[in-house]
Ligand binder design. Sequence first.
Ligand code: GAL
Length: 715
Amino acid sequence: MNQILKYSFCLVLLFTFGQLDAQDIKWKIIAPGIWKGSIGKPETYDLLIASGAKPAMDRLKRMNDASFPLVQQNITAKLNDGKTYLRFPLDRKEQIYGFGLNFQTVHQRGKILKLHVDHFGGKDNGRTHAPTPFYVSSNGYGVFINSARYLDVYAGSAVLRDGENVPEAKDRNTDKSWSSRPYSDGVEILVPSEGVEFYVFAGPKPLDAIRRYNLFNGGGVLPPRWGLGFTQRVRTLYTADEVEAEVKAFEDKGFPLDFIGLEPGWQSKAYPCTFEWDKDRFPQPSLFVKTLLDKGVRVNLWTNPYVSPQASIYNKIKPFTADHTVWLGAIPDLTMPQARDVLFSQLKKSQLDIGVSGYKFDEVDGYDHYLWPDVTLFPSGKSAEQMRQTYGLLIQRYSAEMYRERNQRTFGLVRGSNGGASSFPYVIYNDYYNHEDFITALINSGFAGVLWTPEARASKSEEEWLRRMQSVVFSPMAMINAWSSGTKPWSYPNVEKQVKDAALLRMKMMPYWYSEFAKYHFEGTPPFRAMNLEDGYQAEVKAEVKTTNLEENPYIEAVNKEVKDQYMAGEYLLVAPMFAGKKTRTVILPKGKWFDFYTGEFAGDGEVINITPGLDKIPVYVKDGGIIPIGPALLHAPKSIEKIDLEIRYYGNKPGKYMLYDDDGETFNYEKGAYSFREINIVKETNGKLKASISPAQKGKPNTINKVSFKAMTK
Ligand code: GAL
């Protein structure tokens, strides 16, 4: 009898496991090349619900349809112990990228991560400002887990007993080829909920999968033009007079400035916050903001969301706050409309109404000692874990809505984010301040649907200052954060001229940056991204790696290594930042000709070059056929009605085409069709010479371009 019982118990177990594998995943097509898989009972609160992201169907439909990029049966899900176990297959030669805003690594295969919103702590272990549960494969697909939980990721590190590609067990005593990390053919993810939804994005190229992911989340943000100008954050206790003097100094010295950031001292109390102006430092906030606006400079305000017991909104918001505090401030439950109403009404009344252009939302990420613990209770019933994973999304979403209601674009900063954030007008920053790792984060931001700024604060030497400033102007937000240092762009006199050149170059390149952000919005292409996403780069890795002796071909060896110090900026530019103390560096130029950005000279083709660039410039290379529209070196972004002259620079010997984007630069009218693309064409004539042209401005559409001239950069 006992035996029979045991036997039937085993059968039941077998049956249960059998039921809970691949065939139980429900698949649904969402858009061309996007599938949703779901297993068990997905939770009612997840990343997409928190972010409110909606697929940009019109733009997704413009992408090619594609077949499912993996063998569907090889994706398995199991429910056990109240959790979901997901497994996705990996090929032998596949590399994977992503899993959030990592700072030190680009290749994620083999890593074990715990995706957890936090301030980056110096190690890529999954705890970061935007631990987006999205990964992209070199084989050309992406996977997104839509869960607002802490997720355990085994990114190709674990081996099944009865798997298909299990390596042979070796004897460590005698076999020198024994490895402590045997080959793994799967990405496994532990989701601590009894069911989850996840998404698979087709390629064919890895960049296509990323584009689908960004468009699925509403498309990338299109900042206002002024958001792409230069920004300075002043010392925390600056008064209105001191800020005005700083703005004047920028003007007098001819340094560009589009928005100025006030740090905690603008508030009457901070940490926790009152969200009210300090009456001594800012006696007339409305006049102050207006005075700066009249000079073409907008105001951005620092805040964290924790409400001081002395804030005028405290009693009103209290019922909608958590049972724990942060720095003794109440934590608004931003999933509750009542909490949002109180907080955002205060911001509107005291700040937006007088012309404040945006915010820097600080400390919505970590550290554990600062933030609410996981035993915190929120009045909506969301768990502390869910709130931790989504607080950055919530504050971005609802603060952006305040501006959208006014048909006004904003562009600001935030320290915590997650999946579903592509369309938010916010750039991530942190306190870690390592130049090299800041560049790696910039590379990884393109895999995570977020933007990142390698902000400059202060430096040990003038060389470091200049190098940081040069990097920052080739990033989504060209910013000095002097909240504690009080630095200005001219603080290191020996490099003042070079810093000014870099800042003005940023302004001149605004037509390019703006068109590239339009590409982020309309096509989902991240403006700043990894070399691994470049065609000429991948083709090489795939075609030659098997047959080439690495010793003899340094280029092949280089592209197979993890590249963490050079990146693509927009369609055509390859940026290779210099770090303090380094006089030379190597640059990997992918297959296809590349030209020096400043001189137009040929630089290389599918090779590793050694350069000694000097202090003045950050090394930048342009793809053959590259077209860079350049505007004047303005001190403020052009206003919506202001027209500028354009110089269209083109590089190399190949014909090319560029879509120059234009709109009013400030409102959301582009969503209703008030925008235009003008086509720039470089064609080869019968005599072999290149000829450049631009299509006329469209009637009835915004046009901010005056005179156009062309410049062939390569002689
Ligand atoms: C930090 C933030 C800094 C600065 C500072 C002001 O948390 O990362 O950029 O704003 O707060 O107290």
